[in-house]
Design a protein around this ligand. Structure first.
Ligand SMILES: Cc1ncc(C[n+]2csc(CCOP(=O)(O)OP(=O)(O)O)c2C)c(N)n1
Ligand SMILES: [Mg+2]
Length: 572
């Protein structure tokens, strides 16, 4: 029976007691005086470690990285409406991927007296509505006695499928109130208990068994539901080629023979049966969103908004992916493994995979003498030199993530990335992911442009002794934008000039940027220096310190040959 525990204290202390009951290890925060009642409770209620980040976008991305790497619900406290707004760019990423987080801030009364608050919402607007489109749910607490219940509900809601960030605003006066009595009960996720319908399961089984050209598309809700093994079993049983979403190298092992790459690079007209599992479609806002026109389309997932909203489904199961997969796998008859078409496809997949992996590796190594360093060569040297078991937080598109040994096995690497694409994610996410997995070697693999959206995050790595290796893929460009501008065409392509994509003049020195915040590092210019630099980074990491490599790489793709920008100096 859950009768809870009675406590008496300030509103802030009640909140802290609730966090302890929720097993919160870390409160990701940027401080402000409206939340004084909460911060005061760090001195009286032990158990939660505050983690200070110097900008709210970092606070939110750190919490997101923590939640993804730990598979726990992260807790955030930021400052009023202004701090909430500042963090919203990263909350966008969390909402896009359904990351379980409880995001909180104080609120100020803008109705009872004056209505023109510094940092708060102006009169007539609710602070919770400032995050309406980037949270699953939100509440405002005015009565301090309600702090435990509202916070419990927030944890329950964030962690119940479909998971996602939720927001709670606590009146400043509620956090400061004294001698409040509260009842602390733990909020747990609702169990999504569902036995899928047998008729649907049989129909899916039949379709997969008899398909001539099937495709399995898997997405981040597979690892979110811890259903990796179930997906491996399904792919192997039915000899299914497996594709992943845009830049999602974390959901299926790239060296598995069934892996065929990113779904967006395949010809979607070719397939007769497409089964999407935990897949979160990355839509394009044009008619091509209506994918797989010739296929019987199947969807399994725990987020109903990801099932049938974009392309229509013929068969679906809205459920915890792990439960649905287990039920589906129980339909498999091992005697069918020898069916001719399955054996044949299995053999083809093995050959194709070997050819692809060898080709990728050889062509990356063929760039070994390129100077400046070729990005694929950097990716391959990372794959060959960094520790087994590494967790990579990735933020850039030039990064050769496809060359790295991501998978599910003990020594395989793990992948953390935000698919929402709102830059400013990587540095904070690395902080959170390292706190979540203190025993894993952590590498932040990040573009030069991306670093600068979150450039004050190195300080947090240094303060808390987080032994993160940061590798900056420094090409002096927003290369992704330049290449997309060229594809768009127009004057830009014709003149080979891409406004505001060149980041040199002045070039940013990332070693100095890290040094200013307490982190050592080095530049790497020569391809021949790479292995030694990576080894040095690993030594520093093994000694428990962060380290940064500013790797000067070449540009690739359209416009790689130019550094044009419209020159302008204020006083010339
Ligand atoms: C918040 C936000 N602003 C702008 C963009 C547009 N954008 C996409 S990629 C990119 C450049 C990233 O540069 P960098 O990290 O150096 O990687 P590169 O493209 O050079 O590989 C930009 C500005 C974005 N995705 N998010
Ligand atoms: Mg760049």
């Amino acid at each position: 029976m859950s009768n809870g525990k009675k406590v008496v204290g300030t509103g802030g202390e009640l909140l802290m007691h609730q966090l302890v009951a929720q097993d919160v290890e870390y409160a990701f925060t940027n401080t402000g005086s409206a939340e004084a009642g909460f911060f005061d409770a760090f001195l009286s209620v032990p158990g939660v470690q505050p983690i200070l980040l110097l900008n709210e976008s970092l606070v939110l991305s750190a919490a997101d990285g923590y939640a993804r790497a730990s598979r726990k619900t992260a807790f955030v406290n930021v400052h009023l409406a202004a701090g909430t707004r500042q963090g919203s760019g990263q909350l966008f990423n969390s909402y896009f991927d359904g990351t379980p987080m409880v995001v909180t801030a104080a609120t100020r009364d803008a109705g009872s007296f004056g209505d023109h608050n510094t940092l708060g919402m102006p009169g007539g607007y609710a602070q919770v509505n400032a995050v309406q489109d980037v949270t699953k749910n939100r509440w405002e607490v005015r009565d301090p006695r309600g702090i435990p219940m509202a916070t419990r509900r927030a944890f329950k809601e964030a962690s119940s499928m479909p998971t996602g960030p939720v927001y709670v605003g606590y009146a400043e006066s509620a956090l400061s109130a004294k001698e409040v009595e509260g009842n602390i009960q733990t909020g747990n996720s609702l169990e999504m208990a569902q036995t899928p319908d047998d008729t649907t399961l049989n129909a899916i089984h039949d379709a997969l068994l008899n398909a001539e050209k099937p495709l399995l598309v898997v997405g981040p809700d597979v690892p979110n539901a811890s259903a990796q093994q179930e997906v491996l079993d399904l792919a192997e049983n039915y000899a299914l080629p497996v594709a992943v979403g845009f830049f999602d190298y974390g959901t299926f092992p790239r060296a598995n023979p069934n892996f065929v790459g990113l779904v967006d690079t395949l010809n979607d007209k070719e397939y007769d049966v497409v089964c999407c599992i935990g897949y979160r479609p990355n839509t394009r806002a044009n008619p091509s969103d209506d994918r797989f026109p010739n296929a019987l389309k199947i969807g399994l997932g725990h987020d109903p908004a990801m099932l049938g909203n974009t392309f229509a489904l013929d068969l679906n199961i809205w459920s915890n992916v792990k439960h649905a997969m287990a039920a589906l796998n129980s339909k498999w008859n091992p005697a069918d493994a020898n069916l001719h078409h399955l054996s044949q496809r299995r053999a083809e997949l093995i050959t194709q995979s070997e050819v692809r992996l060898t080709k990728q590796r050889d062509s990356a190594l063929a760039h070994g003498k390129d100077n400046p360093i070729h990005p694929n060569f950097l990716g391959q040297r990372m794959a060959d030199n960094l520790a087994p078991n590494t967790m990579v937080v990735s933020e850039n598109f030039t990064a050769a993530d496809h060359l790295m040994p991501f998978g599910y096995g003990d020594d395989d690497w793990r992948y953390v990335r935000a698919y929402g694409g709102s830059l400013g994610y990587g540095v904070g996410a690395a902080v959170g992911a390292q706190l979540a997995t203190p025993d894993r070697p952590l590498v932040l693999s990040i573009g030069d442009g991306s670093v600068m959206y979150s450039s004050s995050g190195f300080w947090t790595m240094a303060r808390y002794g987080l032994p993160i290796i940061t590798i900056v893929w420094n090409n002096l460009h927003y290369q992704t934008v330049r290449v997309n501008f060229a594809r768009w065409g127009g004057n830009m392509e014709e003149q080979n000039k891409y406004p505001e994509t060149y980041l040199g003049d002045p070039a940013i020195d990332f070693v100095m940027l890290a040094k200013a915040q307490g982190i050592e590092g080095q530049h790497v210019y020569e391809p021949s220096e790479l292995d030694a630099a990576l080894k040095r980074a690993r030594e520093v990491q093994a000694a428990g310190e962060p380290y940064l490599l500013d790797v000067h790489i070449t540009n690739v793709g359209a416009g790689a040959d130019q550094n044009w920008y419209r020159a302008f100096k204020l006083n010339s």
